[in-house]
Design a binder for this molecule. Structure first.
Ligand SMILES: Nc1ncnc2c1ncn2[C@@H]1O[C@H](COP(=O)(O)OP(=O)(O)OP(=O)(O)O)[C@@H](O)[C@H]1O
Ligand SMILES: [Mg+2]
Length: 313
């Protein structure tokens, strides 16, 4: 658990983070969103003390984050900086091995960990381990940046726009890989993004920052249903709100009895994608099948999906 209370950072008279308080549950994913210059990076850097706060405090599992020397704290918290920040003169394998090396892991354990992480991020260890960062695509560099941050099995992972430069398809894959890894290791993740879609998809909670202040800290569903201020509402994007609501749930939650013709939709499909499919194929309803095994479960109706997208009462 990470408890942030009254956190303030002044540069001169300028409060770039202004009296921010919130609590992050263990094993959860928190997305920090907000406009450029709103204090997102500064807020995150105070958690691992790359930046020291002017006022306030941060407790990690009940312990003040100033009770450890800063360099030790940083080894225990994974950090992915904006634009990956790989060491250019070290190979991919050496980059990933950095913190385990500092922690004095033996060679075999480090090599095994490097192989495991590269495989998890869909990079063949034999092929990519010996390469240098400039020999990778931008998307591969970002994945190695995340792998490096995870190398020493941190309980906490901080990520500053980890997928910023990725094209939509690779980005979706990288997001899915990260969520798998997060579930597998139970990592607590705090990440910054400019992309509301990404925040809603990945975040258990979303923290909205504006001009150093935390405007709202809540679940994606609550932020969509009850934006705390006009700014939050604007950030969500008024015209996209119905679709964002739909993307929160799966077709599995809306299955009804009945029969329908045409290509079936898998139960794990998002409601949003299901509505798009029904509109695109001009159908009132589609059969729904189980994600695994393909058993027939019933149907999903277009009208029901549209009703679901409506403003909550
Ligand atoms: N070392 C510093 N000295 C003075 N001002 C700083 C310093 N670091 C950051 N700032 C200012 O603090 C404010 C918040 O910066 P920060 O990097 O946290 O914003 P951000 O929300 O991460 O923005 P972006 O989305 O562009 O990355 C900015 O106005 C920035 O200019
Ligand atoms: Mg930033």
């Amino acid at each position: 658990m990470i408890e942030i209370s009254g956190l303030t950072k002044l540069y001169g008279d300028n409060a770039v983070v202004n009296d921010v308080s919130f609590t992050v549950e263990p094993r959860s994913v928190t997305a920090i969103v907000g406009t450029s210059g709103s204090g997102k990076t500064t807020l995150m850097r105070m958690i691992n003390r790359m930046t020291e706060p002017t006022h306030g405090r941060i407790l990690i599992d009940g312990q003040d984050n100033r009770s450890l020397p800063a360099h030790e704290l940083r080894r225990r918290i994974g950090y992915v900086i904006q634009n990956h920040g790989l060491f250019p003169h070290r190979t991919v394998a050496e980059n990933i091995a950095t913190v385990p090396g500092l922690l004095g892991w033996d060679r075999e354990r480090i090599e095994a960990r490097v192989r495991e992480l590269l495989s998890l991020f869909q990079l063949d260890p034999a092929q990519y381990g010996p390469r240098y960062p400039h020999e990778l695509s931008g998307g591969q560099q970002q994945r190695v940046g995340v792998a490096r941050a995870l190398a020493a099995e941190p309980n906490i992972l901080l990520m500053d726009e980890p997928f910023g430069a990725l094209d939509p398809i690779i980005r979706a894959k990288a997001q899915a890989d990260l969520l798998d890894i997060q579930k597998r290791f139970g990592t607590t993740i705090i990440f910054v993004t400019h992309d509301m879609e990404e925040a809603i998809h990945m975040g258990d909670r979303i923290a909205v920052m504006d001009d150093g202040r935390l405007l709202q800290y809540d679940t994606p569903a609550q932020i969509l249903a009850r934006p705390a201020t006009p700014f939050v509402e604007e950030l969500i994007g008024a015209s996209e709100r119905p679709f964002r609501f739909l993307s929160l749930g799966k077709v599995a939650d809306m299955v009804e009895e009945g029969s329908a013709a045409g290509t079936p939709i898998a139960s794990a499909t998002s409601r949003r994608d299901a509505l798009a499919e029904l509109l695109w194929s001009g159908r009132e309803a589609a059969p729904v099948i189980a994600e695994r095994g393909g058993a027939a479960l019933g149907i999903v109706r277009r009208a029901r999906l549209i009703a679901e997208a409506a403003r909550p009462a």
